[in-house]
Design a binder for this molecule. Structure first.
Ligand code: SAM
Length: 224
C-alpha cells in the first residue's frame, strides 16, 4: 500500500494546548481512580495482556498517544521493548518523570516518521479520537505500514455517532477539542483498507462515567 502524506489537523495546536492543560489532573485522576489505569480494569488489561503476548519477540512496540505512560510502563514491565509518543509536552513530562525506565517523545500521530516494517506492535489506546474523520484512515494506514509481518495493532476508541465538541474535561479543566465518535464497523473498515486483518473486537459498555468503547486488534499480513 503506497504512502500518501497525512493532512495535519487544523486544530492540532489547540488540541495540544488542551492536553497540556489537563495533563496534571489526568495524572491525579489515574492515581485516584480506575480511569486510565488498566490494572484496575480487567477487560482492558486482558486485551493488553494478549497484545503483549502476541507482539513478544516481533520487534519494538510504540504507544501512540501514550499520555503519562501508564500503559507503556505496563508493557515494559512485561518485558517488551516499548516507547511512547504523545502530542502533549506536559503529558510527556509526566511520563518521563513517572516511568524513567521507558523512552518517551513528543510527536503527533499525524507526524510520525515510521520506517516500514519496523515495529512489532502499535498501541493507540484512546488516543486517536481527536483526529478529524478524514485524517484517521491515513493515520491507521501509516501505523499498519510500520508493522512487521504478523505485527499487531491495538486501538481503544470511544463508540458512538457524531462529533462532540468538548469545552471541559478531567475535572472541569477548560479544553477545546472535538471527540469524534466511531462505530466499530467503521473502524474495522479502515483497518481492512490499511491491509490489516482484524483479529479481535471487545465491546465495553458505558458505565455511567465513561462513553461506551471498543478495543480492536488487527494483524499485519503474514501467518497468524
Ligand atoms: C485520553 S488520553 C489517553 C492517554 C493514554 N493512552 C492512556 O491510556 O492513559 C488521550 C491522549 O492522546 C493524546 N493525543 C491527542 N491527539 C494526539 C495526536 N494527534 N498525536 C498524539 N497524541 C495525541 C493526548 O495528548 C492524550 O495524552
Amino acid at each position: 500500500m503506497s504512502a500518501r502524506p497525512i493532512a495535519q489537523p487544523a486544530d492540532l495546536d489547540v488540541v495540544r494546548d488542551s492536553y497540556d492543560r489537563v495533563a496534571d489532573n489526568y495524572v491525579d485522576l489515574i492515581a485516584a481512580t480506575a480511569l486510565g489505569d488498566i490494572r484496575l480494569q480487567p477487560w482492558h488489561r486482558a486485551a493488553i495482556d494478549v497484545f503483549a503476548d502476541a507482539v513478544r519477540g516481533l520487534g519494538p512496540v510504540l504507544d501512540v498517544g501514550c499520555g503519562p505512560g501508564t500503559v507503556t510502563a505496563y508493557l515494559a514491565e512485561r518485558g517488551l521493548d516499548v516507547s511512547g509518543v504523545d502530542l502533549s509536552p506536559r503529558m510527556i513530562e509526566h511520563a518521563r518523570r513517572l516511568h524513567p525506565e521507558c523512552t518517551f517523545d513528543v510527536a503527533s500521530a499525524t507526524g510520525l516518521d515510521l520506517a516500514e516494517a519496523s515495529l512489532g506492535g502499535v498501541l493507540a489506546w484512546w488516543s486517536l479520537f481527536n483526529l478529524p474523520r478524514n485524517v484517521l484512515p491515513d493515520v491507521i494506514a501509516s501505523l499498519g505500514r510500520a508493522l512487521v509481518p504478523s505485527g499487531q495493532l491495538i486501538i481503544g476508541m470511544h463508540v458512538g455517532d457524531g462529533d462532540v465538541p468538548r469545552t471541559e474535561a478531567y475535572g472541569g479543566v477548560p479544553v477545546q477539542w472535538t471527540t469524534h465518535l466511531w462505530q466499530p464497523e467503521q473502524l474495522v473498515g479502515m483497518i481492512e483498507q490499511a491491509a490489516l486483518r482484524p483479529t479481535a473486537e471487545l465491546r465495553i459498555p458505558a458505565d455511567g462515567r465513561l462513553l461506551p468503547g471498543v478495543v480492536l486488534v488487527a494483524q499485519s499480513g503474514g501467518s497468524a
